[in-house]
Design a protein around this ligand. Sequence first.
Ligand code: PEP
Ligand code: MN
Length: 263
Amino acid sequence: MKNKNFRTWLDAMELSHPLVIAGPCSAESEEQVLEIAHELKNTDATVFRAGVWKPRTRPGSFEGNGAIALPWLKKVKEQTGLLTAIEIANAHHAKLALEFDIDVLWIGARTTVNPFAVQEIADAIQDTDKIVLVKNPINPDLDLWIGAIERLHKKGVKNLGAIHRGFSSFRKSNYRNIPSWQIPIDLKSKYPTLPIINDPSHICGNRTGIFDVSQTALDLKMDGLIIETHCHPDKAWSDAKQQIKPERLVEIMNQLKVRKPRF
Ligand code: PEP
Ligand code: MN
């Protein structure tokens, strides 16, 4: 797998810092999405994330507003110039994301574990120029992660990257998902040009660990960070404990030491 396009895109942006994808766990309302996006537009964030479809562990939790949220993201782009990113979990989501011109599509941890779902998505977005990021599967299985990336690559998806969001474990831990750093390191050694974005929010499951996990990711020369950001984190409809305010994102970015060159 020789895929340098997302890498080329990253290099062409000549960012003085790692790529930052920020925004709420879930797109809750048009007002919420636009309020956060306007706060983020003058930060290091280049891409605005928001979950439109949320695969939740237990039924009865907020599962996203669905397709009605897609025009809100269009407004984010028009009003702030931020690129937009959403999670897609099936072929229907994938087609709608392309229709609404979402810039970055990511495959969530609960989908990466399912080869048929990934294949359906790969078939639906065949040959797309959009950036497609594949989160690691919830279990620590490097081959399953690579398999999902390969399915997309075989269908002509050129702008591929990976997101490291940590792994479920029975082991008691301070992390929501243990980072098992060796796994993304092994992915990088197999595919040196594949950009890897770290997701400290889902690794930590709390606000206090975000800085340290982000710094470790940069020390390992990862290419970017995806950080859940919300203007009123305590009131968030999903993942309230781990979301940070935009002003905290700015502080974190100012304090991080960036080691260059990248991977
Ligand atoms: C998310 O990014 O909000 C999310 C659900 O992540 P994950 O697939 O890593 O659990
Ligand atoms: Mn989340």
